[in-house]
Write a protein that binds this ligand. Structure first.
Ligand code: C5P
Length: 245
């Protein structure tokens, strides 16, 4: 029985109170949703894979100086994280046109973008996470001017590093979504910005370099099948697990 206090329950994860003040436990569910949770499924083992893949990414990113909320993995489905105040923005970086960008601007999926594009979406399920600009972010105070600059530069550094990491295992990083939080260290008045949430095939588009096969959540969104198998393939190529499937 789980007696820990639930701090927040999202579509794919649960946050529990952590063992020490300032910490939380992030639990990865097998639940998968798309299109504002209109499409749902439980994919056996997906949470286990995302826990491992996100641990791997956060650890590697910390190794190149990106501050993250990740402390350590606790078990198959849980990791200990720093408790942050989530900035209400989804930061998307795109290298290749796909998904909502391709649709919005009428660009063919797969077209390489002239340069990486950073986009911000306001986190609000009821509004379907609308695209917002720096003007909205400043006017409504969702992030301060320095924070905004930090988000852009951190997102681009994550993109550089992850693009290389995936390319080395034959995967193209098409686009991905990040979330950030404010961490108040001790009694510091100015918080540090930490990379938060997760980095996994749920939040990235990953295409096989050779075949173009999708190794991400689009397999679920577009009913392509083999969702968990694709996530396992990503984990296998990154050397996180030995066998796929
Ligand atoms: O749907 P869209 O093309 O805007 O998604 C861009 C990237 O952000 C994709 O990798 C997608 O998986 C991710 N994303 C996400 N969570 C959302 C929206 C997008 O992880 N709520």
């Amino acid at each position: 029985m789980n007696k820990r206090r639930v701090v927040y329950e999202g579509k794919a994860k649960i946050l529990y109170e952590g063992p020490e003040p300032g910490t939380l436990i992030q639990y990865f569910k097998d639940d998968t949703t798309a299109f504002d949770a209109q499409k749902r499924a439980v994919l056996d083992g997906k949470g286990v894979l995302n826990n491992r893949i996100s641990e791997f990414m956060m650890t590697r990113l910390a190794g190149v100086g990106i501050p993250t909320h990740f402390i350590r993995r606790l078990n198959m489905r849980e990791q200990l994280i720093k408790k942050v105040e989530i900035i209400p923005l989804e930061v998307v970086v795109r290298n290749v046109a796909a998904g909502s960008l391709a649709k919005r601007l009428g660009i063919e999926e797969g077209q390489v973008l002239p340069r990486p594009i950073v986009e911000f979406y306001y986190k609000d399920d009821a509004l379907h996470d609308p695209l917002v600009t720096e003007e909205h972010i400043a006017a409504f105070g969702w992030a301060g001017p320095q924070e905004y600059d930090d988000l852009v530069s951190l997102a681009l550094r994550v993109n550089d590093f992850m693009s290389g990491l995936f390319a080395a295992v034959g995967i193209r990083l098409i686009d991905f979504k990040l979330e950030f939080g404010r961490y108040f260290e001790g009694d510091a008045e100015i918080p540090r910005i930490l990379l938060a949430d997760e980095i996994s095939p749920d939040s990235c588009r990953l295409w096989d370099f050779e075949t173009g096969d999708k190794l991400d959540k689009d397999r679920f969104r577009r009913d392509l099948g083999g969702v968990t198998e694709a996530y396992a393939e990503v984990a296998r190529r990154l050397g996180i697990i030995r066998e796929s499937g």
